[in-house]
Write a protein that binds this ligand. Structure first.
Ligand SMILES: C[S@@+](CC[C@H](N)C(=O)[O-])C[C@H]1O[C@@H](n2cnc3c(N)ncnc32)[C@H](O)[C@@H]1O
Length: 272
């Protein structure tokens, strides 16, 4: 387990993922109390004055978001969360999915985040300690999320692996499919990097062979997808998308590609 999200926190891919998760959460909350299950939770809170300075990914992501003169509503919500976390000061802290969700929970809602790496799990516990509706569990998020989803109705599930293992695409597709097969009211969002077309096509084929019949595919392509060694974009695949998800995905991926992408960057929003 070499992956450290602290290098990538607040990059363009986090913006796409977190803005859409906030929107999915708001949609789900409108229908009643919700349990949010986060298969790969990470540390929960990132200090951008650390590893992120070296990677410069936050500089090209959340710092640009916060400096933008205009933002569409779906990404404005994330900007407001980042501003609130930093108490209106310069952006030093960026929330991971656990803290972002925990701060948005309402009475009756619950969040559980799974994290395999023990030191990262300890950071997660610390990040969530002020939020009594949110909890952290150490262990393999794929298996534990399926078990957790069986205990509740209509959960919102985020599957966000580091993709450092070759079977992450397969396990992400199969876990999402298994959860929605058992509970057709569950909403599952899977984050994937976009490197080259063949890898992403393979993920889509795995979803189909795992029984997924329909999904919203929200792609933010910052560069042509022709280098398997480089993250050229990212995608959020939403199984059982609520009605507002497609419009929100267009706003979010549209803003990210227009403002943070190379010339020729584009958003692709389509349905499986
Ligand atoms: C991309 S980061 C998660 C970021 C987080 N979801 C967010 O948006 O802030 C992936 C995390 O998954 C953890 N991890 C790797 N394999 C895992 C597994 N099988 N189960 C749970 N966590 C895992 C890594 O240690 C890492 O912290």
């Amino acid at each position: 387990m070499n992956y450290r999200h602290s290098f990538h926190a607040g990059n363009f891919a986090d913006l796409v993922k977190h803005a859409l998760v906030l929107r999915l959460l708001a949609d789900r909350q409108a229908a009643g109390p919700v349990t949010v299950i986060d298969t790969h939770a990470g540390a929960g809170l990132y200090d951008l004055s650390g590893d992120a300075v070296r990677s410069r990914e936050a500089e090209a992501g959340v710092l640009r978001l916060m400096q933008a003169a205009q933002r569409p509503p779906a990404i404005q919500t994330l900007a407001e969360e980042v501003a609130a976390l930093n108490a209106g000061e310069a952006v030093r802290f960026y929330p991971g999915s656990p803290l972002l969700v925990a701060r948005a929970l309402r009475p009756g809602d619950r969040y559980v985040g799974f994290e395999l790496n023990p030191p990262v799990h300890d950071l997660l516990v610390e990040a969530l300690k002020a939020h009594d509706r949110a909890g952290a569990v150490e262990g393999d998020g794929y298996a534990l999320a399926e078990a957790e989803a069986r205990k509740v109705k209509a959960p919102l599930v985020l599957i966000d692996p580091p993709f450092e293992r070759p079977d992450d695409y397969l396990r992400a597709a199969e876990t999402g499919a298994a959860i929605t097969r058992r509970d057709p009211a569950a909403v599952v969002a899977v984050w994937t990097p976009l490197k080259d077309m063949e890898t992403f096509d393979g993920f889509v084929r795995r979803l189909a062979s795992a029984g997924v019949k329909s999904a919203l595919m929200a792609e933010a392509r910052l560069r042509p997808l022709n280098n398997p060694m480089k993250m050229n974009g990212c995608a959020m695949t939403v199984l059982n998308p609520p009605p507002g998800a497609e419009g929100a995905a267009r706003e979010i991926c549209g803003w990210v590609t227009a403002e943070l992408g190379d010339a020729g960057a584009r958003a692709e929003i389509w349905s499986l």
